[in-house]
Design a protein around this ligand. Structure first.
Ligand SMILES: NC(=O)c1ccc[n+]([C@@H]2O[C@H](COP(=O)([O-])OP(=O)(O)OC[C@H]3O[C@@H](n4cnc5c(N)ncnc54)[C@H](OP(=O)(O)O)[C@@H]3O)[C@@H](O)[C@H]2O)c1
Length: 326
């Protein structure tokens, strides 16, 4: 009997309810592909935005009228179940984790990925649930704090959105790099954010960061909450405003400050970096998790069959750290 793949498709852009469970035939790995039985996959804000086709200019990459690749999910962890004839790096039985990137299809029972894609062997001390989240918050924040800007020991960093996937990873990485970390969150998350290492925690529901008069060498706006133009008085001389959420305002600020300004506003898309560079960065994330510097913050998990509920929850914007499906 032909083995089936359990996956989720997005036939059109829209709310979580557009997601459809599908069961096509399980593809066999070709050439340098490995087939992976997925044990856990992440459900991220970026996954929800891609499902919704937002922001609209992202459709230039995703498909203009409907998603070009109609499967959903990017971060995954599992076990290699078959290898193509030319595979050299992995063997059947290896536990692996990584990201499918613009191939999508990680919220599924199986996937076939090229062996030189963003895929690494998973150490035993890391659960599949934790491993599948490493390409979201940890990889993105390591990229922003060490490559977009070079955070140096003693630098004063403000993390806007300290309880999210990116923010919770950023606090841990920045403390490891020797920065003095201030993070914003709501009252319900202040203990979590302080326990991650933030030396100063600002409850954004009570205090307006822009009005505090404090200055920072780097402001990492993980949620795209403020525009660069709202915070110049909070940037120290030569300071940087870095943000992973692209908007028209951010693009204009990045272009303007790139030409003339002692401050800089910067955006980067991790997924558009070369695969080899991302693999090296993910290997660094792995070193940080192995040495206990970085522990992914886990919120809820759902059965794969309840992916619609997982998307509804993630889309509330209230998750603390990461959400996964099994
Ligand atoms: N450029 C890239 O390469 C890249 C890569 C990955 C992700 N991203 C983007 O990065 C963004 C962040 O994703 P994420 O997963 O970190 O977000 P998230 O986990 O969904 O953020 C949710 C958290 O933000 C907190 N929050 C909500 N409003 C806040 C406010 N005004 N001030 C401070 N905290 C607030 C919430 O806590 P309360 O409910 O208690 O407030 C909640 O804990 C997404 O837009 C994603 O698409 C970009």
């Amino acid at each position: 009997m032909t083995q089936k793949l359990n996956a989720w498709a997005i036939p059109r852009y829209g709310p979580p309810e557009v997601l459809r469970a599908v069961t096509p035939a399980l593809p066999a790995p070709k050439g340098r592909q490995v087939q992976i039985a997925i044990h856990a996959s992440a459900v991220t804000r970026a996954d929800c935005m891609m499902r919704a086709g937002q922001p609209r200019f992202a459709r230039a990459f995703l498909g203009l009228s409907r998603p070009r690749k109609n499967l959903v999910g990017t971060g995954l962890s599992g076990v290699v179940t078959a290898t193509g004839p030319d595979v050299k790096t992995f063997a059947i039985g290896d536990t692996v984790f990584g990201e499918s990137g613009l191939r999508f299809g990680a919220n599924a029972s199986h996937i076939c990925l090229e062996e030189d894609s963003l895929l690494l062997k998973k150490p035993d001390n890391l659960s599949h649930a934790e491993a599948c989240t490493l390409c979201d918050g940890p990889l993105t924040s390591l990229h922003f704090l060490t490559q977009v800007t070079q955070l140096h020991p003693g630098a004063r960093l403000l993390v806007l959105g300290g309880s999210g996937s990116l923010g919770s990873a950023a606090i841990q990485i920045a403390r490891h790099l020797g920065a003095e970390v201030t993070a914003t969150c709501s009252n319900r998350n202040t203990e979590t954010v302080a326990s991650l290492g933030a030396q100063h925690v600002i409850d954004y529901t009570r205090t307006d960061v822009a009005a505090t008069g404090q200055t920072y060498d780097v402001i990492y706006d993980t949620l795209g909450l403020s525009s660069y133009g709202q915070l110049p008085q909070n940037l120290a001389s030569g300071g940087r405003y870095i943000c992973p959420v692209l908007s028209g305002k951010l693009l204009c600020s990045a272009l303007a400050t790139g030409i003339w300004s002692r401050h800089k506003a910067q955006f980067s898309a991790v997924g558009l970096q070369p695969a080899g560079q991302l693999r090296d960065l993910l290997a660094q994330v792995l070193i940080l998790t192995r040495s206990g510097v970085l522990t992914p913050v886990m919120d809820r998990s759902y059965p794969l069959a309840d992916l619609i509920a997982a998307h509804r929850y993630v889309e509330t914007g209230r998750k603390v750290g990461n959400v996964v499906v099994f």
